[in-house]
Design a protein around this ligand. Structure first.
Ligand SMILES: [Cu+2]
Length: 259
C-alpha cells in the first residue's frame, strides 16, 4: 500500500501489519532531523552575520549568559527519548520478544534457508510437523537432508526456486537459516530483514496484509552471485495458498517435491 510516507521517503509499498508503525517511526526521525537541520542552519547563518569582522572586533570575556541553548538541548533529548521509548522499543519488542510471537498453530510456519545463491522454502505440509532432517540424507536432490522414511516429512514441501508463499491476514513465522555463508532474508514490503546464519535457526514473524508479489533480497553481501540472490514473496489469498500447497504436496511416492 502506497502512503504519503512511502512516497516522501521513497520506500516500497508497505504490505504487512507492523509495517506502518515502522514507517511512522522513520517519518518522525526524519522530521526531527529536518528540524535540527533548520535549527543548526539558522544558527550558522546568524553566527556568520553576528560575528562578521566589521561588527565585532572585541572579544567578550563573559560569554553567553542566556540558557536558551541548554533548554533547546534538553528539548531535543526529550523528543529523542520519546522516539526511543515510545516508538522504537515497543516496535522492537513486538518483533523480537518471544512472548509476543504468535502461536505456531495459528500461523503459517516456514523454514527459509539461504545458500549461494538462492532461497529455499520448507513447509511442514498438512500435518503441521516438519520431517526430520540429517546430514546423511543430504544430496543433490535433497539439499536439506529431509529423512525420506520419517512419517512427519511425507507431506512436507520444499521449494528451491526462491519463491515463498503465504496467505494474507495470518501471521507468518519464518525460521531463517543458511547452508553456507551468512545471508540475510529481506522483504522490504513486509518490513522484515533477518540475517541467515549457518548453524542457527532464527525466527521472525510478520503478517502480510496486502496480496501481491514482493521481492526477496539478500541483504548481506554473500559472494559473487549475491546480486542474483533475489526471490519472490507471494502474499496470496488463503484459498490460493491451500491449493498451491496441495499442488506441491506429494502424499505417495516422492517424499519431497522440488520446483
Ligand atoms: Cu546471500
Amino acid at each position: 500500500m502506497e502512503t504519503l510516507i512511502t512516497k516522501l521517503l521513497h520506500l516500497p509499498p508497505v504490505a504487512s501489519e507492523h509495517g506502518q508503525g515502522l514507517d511512522n517511526l522513520m517519518l518522525y526521525v526524519h522530521l526531527l532531523m529536518f528540524a535540527l537541520l533548520l535549527g543548526w542552519g539558522a544558527f550558522f547563518l546568524y553566527a556568520l552575520w553576528r560575528f562578521r569582522q566589521s561588527r565585532s572586533a572585541k572579544a567578550n570575556p563573559e560569554g553567553v549568559r542566556s540558557h536558551v541553548s541548554s533548554y533547546l538541548e534538553v528539548g531535543v533529548a526529550v523528543v529523542e527519548g520519546i522516539l526511543l521509548i515510545g516508538f522504537a522499543v515497543p516496535l522492537w519488542a513486538r518483533g523480537a520478544s518471544f512472548e509476543n510471537f504468535p502461536d505456531e498453530k495459528e500461523a503459517t510456519v516456514v523454514k527459509v534457508i539461504g545458500r549461494q545463491f538462492n532461497w529455499m522454502a520448507w513447509y511442514p505440509g498438512a500435518d503441521g510437523v516438519f520431517g526430520r532432517s540429517a546430514p546423511e540424507f543430504v544430496g543433490d536432490s535433497n539439499p536439506l537432508g529431509v529423512d525420506p522414511d520419517d512419517a512427519n516429512g511425507k507431506d512436507d514441501v520444499v521449494v528451491e526456486s526462491s519463491d515463498v508463499y503465504a496467505p494474507v491476514g495470518k501471521p507468518v513465522v519464518a525460521h531463517i537459516s543458511s547452508l553456507d555463508v551468512i545471508h540475510s532474508f529481506s522483504v522490504k514490503s513486509m518490513r522484515v530483514t533477518q540475517d541467515a546464519i549457518p548453524g542457527l535457526s532464527i525466527p521472525v514473524w510478520f503478517t502480510p496484509t496486502v496480496e501481491g508479489t514482493y521481492q526477496i533480497t539478500c541483504a548481506q553481501l554473500c559472494g559473487q552471485g549475491h546480486s542474483s540472490m533475489r526471490g519472490l514473496f507471494h502474499a496470496v489469498t488463503p484459498a490460493e495458498f491451500t491449493s498451491w500447497l496441495g499442488e506441491h504436496t506429494r502424499t505417495s511416492g516422492e517424499q519431497v517435491s522440488y520446483e
